[in-house]
Ligand binder design. Sequence first.
Ligand code: RAM
Length: 342
Amino acid sequence: MRKVCVTVLAAVVIAAVLAPAMVFSAGAREEVGERHAYIFKNTGNPFGERLMDGFAEAVEEHGHQAILRAPDQPTAEGQIQIIEQLIAQNVDSIGISANDYDALSPVLRNAMNAEIAVVPSDSNVNPESRHVFVNQADPEQIGRTLIQGAYDMIGGAGQIAILSATSTATNQNLWIEWMQEELKDSRYDDVELVRIAYGDDLRDKSVAETEALLRSYPDLECIIAPTTVGIAAASLVVTDNDLIGDVHITGLGLPSEMAEYITNGACPFMYLWNPIDLGYLSGYTSMAVASGEITGAVGDTFDAGRLGSFEVVEAMDGGTEVLLGEPFMFDAENIDDWKEVY
Ligand code: RAM
């Protein structure tokens, strides 16, 4: 009797596990029609999860299927494997937050040759490997604003460091270029950028890199982390080591992860845009290119659901882009209004 029960139970469990998968894939072929994919930099990043939530929301509003993927590690190789699989599945579009500006080019060109729309967002690829980029905010404004914020935090003089994501991330590298440009102003003669460290958007590595910065530079006064993973890790280290007020953290942070550190003073203020909206706009842009409504050329316009209408403009790298909007500043005054939102 017991054996029968176990057998029946096992059959039920197997059926329960297999059934949704079978229904899902049958639906994809017979009912859902278009399939739009998004590949984030790596798994386990809450910013990427919010972005993909927005992407799926847009795609599902149109009754299409969203395929959400990410490699375990933030590498170009991991993303290349996924892109190859998506080309084999003949998806309608591939959205991607790229781990490298150039390394994905051959495989993304294969996708474009297979008539798949390629729409990077968040972290770009070169103009030859995309139809149009969905830009979160002006990179010059982001870079310059972060240095101005650090300057205010340290009272105009002292050592600062940058804790970035991976050394090949297009978005962080561009922001860092603009930070370095801003630092050329004579206003910053007494500000010393001592090091750019890379935590690879991995929490433990970002913690270790922060600890190493604090060991190497005992007089360090500010860490700018233009990554939501890095800023949370750096704030944790400063909090745990009783350094609040001595070492200031700023950068780009997710309110839900940073509310605690904005409230305790480890990070007096930070910036970000709405990652859900960024994903939602990516979804609409992917669908517009895939359907042939736009080609991604300057002057193309399209409707992006609840976000209204958008126009494709020339990008700084010679390709084209769609711009989401302005970064938003979070501090002790407003963080409680945002921590539940994203
Ligand atoms: C991390 C990722 C992402 C970036 C944000 C600000 O989550 O690196 O690409 O846009 O930070």
